[in-house]
Design a protein around this ligand. Structure first.
Ligand SMILES: [Cu+2]
Length: 499
């Protein structure tokens, strides 16, 4: 059974989501092919079209990213990627989109495994409008629709750099066959224009410095009105950044108020923002859950497993004899059992270590999980959407690897009654010390729409990263050869002088 909202198409607008017929929707039984109900909550004017007469703006001279001497990365098979010291496999799945697996870092000839498999596992986008034509809009875009199924074609020079590698990928359709999505993924290197590391001296004109160059794997599924950019970024410093962006068009409804000074404005904007005359964008959340099956230094099978460590920042009083009164120390505690992990209250950090191995310095090699956007769902536990998306109540979850445990809201989130996925996976609180562990990260954003989100959202980036923590014997980027700069013609120029 589907609830189907209505949009105005007759004017041939390219801005479909800006033309909602507010308050009119149908309830349809898809299997019986019957319209069960048509609901009309009353007449509301269509929001006006975005003003086409906006003032023209001078174009910038082109600013481009090029690799004048050719690519540093190699793509082979279906699909193996090698770049700098990194190697990994990537594929596209209908439900979760890009899957990155067997991620290894070549540490002076030793190809060390960091992750077995990583991908999006679920999304949850609940709107905060109680109206009958909005209250059901609590999308679980990945499990209900499919991040891979809705993959869009990337435009060279804007979605990705012009000289990126564009990959056509096959996506399964509803009947078990497949269809190709042209330029479904792009891979490119970029010089961020930032130093990867540097040290200067106020008394000298030059600094010892290296440019930050990174490899990006990008796909952009379009879930209805929202375009979600999913980036996997690999750096020369051994870091993996998982970035997601919200773009596209805000979902809106028509209202009577043309400005905030109109008498109906307060009521019209009780659950949203007036983004244009007669146009309100309701408040909502975006939750992305990523499943990270890390295997730090090959922690599967006979070599033992991994352990998640909580590094808590603990304030400490000093004895009277010390001129300082206080400082902080780190208390490192292994997480013993499966569960949601509280990331609130105390400062600190999280890392996955291999307790069976030691580096030259005697550390257990580790990968730190640097959390970013940690908004969690504040919906009530007895609210049906929250029951179905229980994962969104916590930023971090830890489970013991099970081949069938892949989705944060369970195998079948569509019309589920709740309890599936992570809350179910951790219910038996299994031991996770020195086991094959899976870390699940919820990236959470409360989206309070703003006028600048209309008529198209300014791309908003979120995410988190994985970074080596006592994993190497020294800074893995210290051995990068002397930096390069670029002449005005784009030809690379080696500059010995910066040494
Ligand atoms: Cu949003």
């Amino acid at each position: 059974v589907l609830k189907v909202p209505c949009y105005e198409l007759e004017t041939g607008t390219s801005h479909l989501y800006g033309r909602p017929i507010t308050g009119v929707f149908a309830v349809i039984d898809v299997e019986e092919k019957r319209v069960l109900d048509v609901i009309d909550l009353g007449a509301v004017a269509l929001p006006p079209q975005p003003d086409p007469r906006r003032v023209a703006r001078a174009a910038l001279k082109p600013v481009q990213m090029t690799s004048a001497l050719g690519r540093n990365y190699k793509i082979s098979g279906a699909i193996q990627v090698e770049w700098d010291n990194w190697s990994f496999h990537m594929r596209m799945e209908r439900r979760v989109g890009p899957v990155i697996s067997l991620v290894r870092y070549n540490d002076r000839g030793n190809r060390r495994l960091i992750a077995y498999q990583m991908s999006l596992s679920e999304m949850f986008v609940p709107y905060m409008d109680p109206g009958a034509d909005w209250s059901y809009r609590t999308y679980m875009d990945s499990g209900e629709f499919g991040a891979g199924f809705l993959m869009s074609s990337l435009m060279a020079g804007s979605d990705c750099p012009a000289d990126a590698a564009y990959i056509t990928m096959a996506v399964p359709n509803d009947t078990g066959r497949s269809f190709p999505v042209r330029r479904a993924a792009c891979i490119f290197e970029r010089n961020t224009g930032d130093p990867l590391w540097r040290h200067g001296n106020p008394a000298q004109p030059t600094a010892l410095t290296r440019p930050q160059v990174e490899l990006v794997v990008r796909m952009i599924p379009v879930m209805g009105n929202t375009d979600y950019i999913i980036d996997w970024v690999f750096t020369q410093g051994g870091e993996i950044e998982i970035r997601t962006a919200v773009a596209g068009i805000a979902a809106v409804k028509g209202v009577a108020a043309a400005t905030m000074d109109d008498p109906t404005a307060a009521n019209d904007t009780a659950n949203g923002t007036l983004v244009a005359p007669g146009t309100v964008a309701p408040m909502h959340d975006h939750f992305f859950n990523f499943r990270l099956d890390l295997d730090v230094d090959g922690a599967r099978g006979s070599s033992g497993g991994n352990t998640l460590i909580r590094d808590a920042i603990v304030p400490k009083r000093l004895p009277q004899a010390n001129p300082r009164r206080s400082l902080w120390v780190v208390e490192s505690t292994p997480v013993g059992t499966e569960g949601p992990l509280s990331t609130r209250g105390r400062n600190g950090a999280w890392r996955v270590i291999n307790p069976n191995l030691k580096t030259a310095l005697g550390h257990n090699p580790g990968i730190q999980i640097v959390l970013g956007n940690q908004s969690v769902s504040t919906l009530a536990e007895d609210d049906d959407p929250q029951k179905r998306a229980g994962f969104a109540a916590s930023t971090l979850w830890l489970t013991r690897y099970k081949p069938r445990e892949l989705f944060a809201a369970g195998d079948y989130p569509t019309q589920s009654r709740g309890g599936g996925g992570l809350p179910g996976y951790v219910a038996d609180r299994e031991n996770v010390l020195n086991q094959d562990v899976v870390v699940w990260v919820t990236v959470g954003i409360n989206h309070i729409p703003r006028v600048e989100d209309w008529p198209v959202i300014l791309t908003d980036w979120y995410g988190f990263k994985l970074r080596p923590f006592n994993f190497f014997d020294e800074n893995p980027a210290y051995n990068i050869p002397a930096g390069f700069a670029t002449t005005t013609t784009g030809a690379p120029l080696l500059r010995k002088s910066i040494e």
